[in-house]
Design a protein around this ligand. Sequence first.
Ligand code: MN
Length: 430
Amino acid sequence: MKFAHLADCHIGAWRDPKLRAVSNKAFEIAIDKCIEEKVDFVLIAGDLFNTSLPSIESLKIAATKFRELKDNDIPVYAIAGSHDFSPSGKTLIDVLESAGLLVNVAKGRIIEDESDKSKSRLMLDFTVDKKTGAKITGLLGKRGMLDRIYYEALDLANLESESGFKIFMFHTALTELKPKDLEKMDSAPISFLPKRFEYYAGGHVHIAADVNMEEAGYKNVVYPGPLFPNNFSEIEKLKHGGFYIYDNGLLIFKEVKLHETVCIESDCGHKTPQAVEQMLRDSINGISKESELNKTPGLNNAIVTIRLSGKLEAGKISEINLNEIFDLFYNSGAYFVMKNTNALETTQLTEITIDASKPEEIEENLVREHIGKIKVSAFESSGNETERNDKEKRITQELLVSLGNERGEGEKVADFENRVREEVKRILDI
Ligand SMILES: [Mn+2]
């Protein structure tokens, strides 16, 4: 049996058209490789699109590639991820499924406990791959661990007792696999997942990692990470994206590399703006010389990140002529140049900066800091303090998602307003 495991494709990501093109191309290349490798099927563990209402361009890219897989008799099994859900709970995964381009394997039933609702169980069904007989199931992912309730209600016994070659798909952070720099990210213990499956196809955490915890009952727990890094710090950390191929028990990470990545980090402490410029010019020359010497691509067609930090000796940040520096990079053949000066300070004034981590994390921190600070009658009636805080956190996060949504393509203003109103009513339970 041979299959591919992709996650966090984020089709349509990046505001800049040049980087969006790279990100979208990474998806196309990954699918081409799946066809070339003649895999039996493809798994997509959530976040296929970057937003729940992607552009027509993004939809076209996905539909075209899925069609090519279908023509090659390669089925696609998917689950929805945190970015795939519109606040009304709908996802384009369902549209693609209706069109016969993929199968959503997060299917099941809720067995209600009439006397105690909290004891209701979620029973998942398996989707059986015709060609290989592989049995695939999984759970969708929701932002801010809103999927936790599904895991808590998940009936593990029926999943574990099923025989055969089983794959579990999930879109959530597992505590045991979380890297140090994502410590603050909410996560679930691996014991939330059913044991003794052959493969656990993860998504959500943007790292490439595979672990074998067979003694604990969890073999082949895998995160492929994104197909292309999703933001500045991910480019620095990951350099490139990729996906996994499972080939008869063997795990192979397939890197998807369209451009070289050159990451420059400079400490500007005790330097003047002019000295910083000179330092950057020197690094351009250094990279160019080295690439000539070693016959490496150097800056040619590279994506360049420049991170500046430290306290300038004198002058303002704006006195560093970064436009000129950018031009020098482009003249040396760079494909795209970007900067991060969040940790750059001057002696003149301290700017307020927010760590350039993911917007979700910033949101999460702000929500956590403000919890319980405003009296809301709806929260006061229910349970103890922890329960009230949990409820407030959940409602705040759902409202943020809902109110942050833009008008859909072709959606009338009145319909959009109505939709937002209905969603907010649903969230607030009024
Ligand atoms: Mn993602």
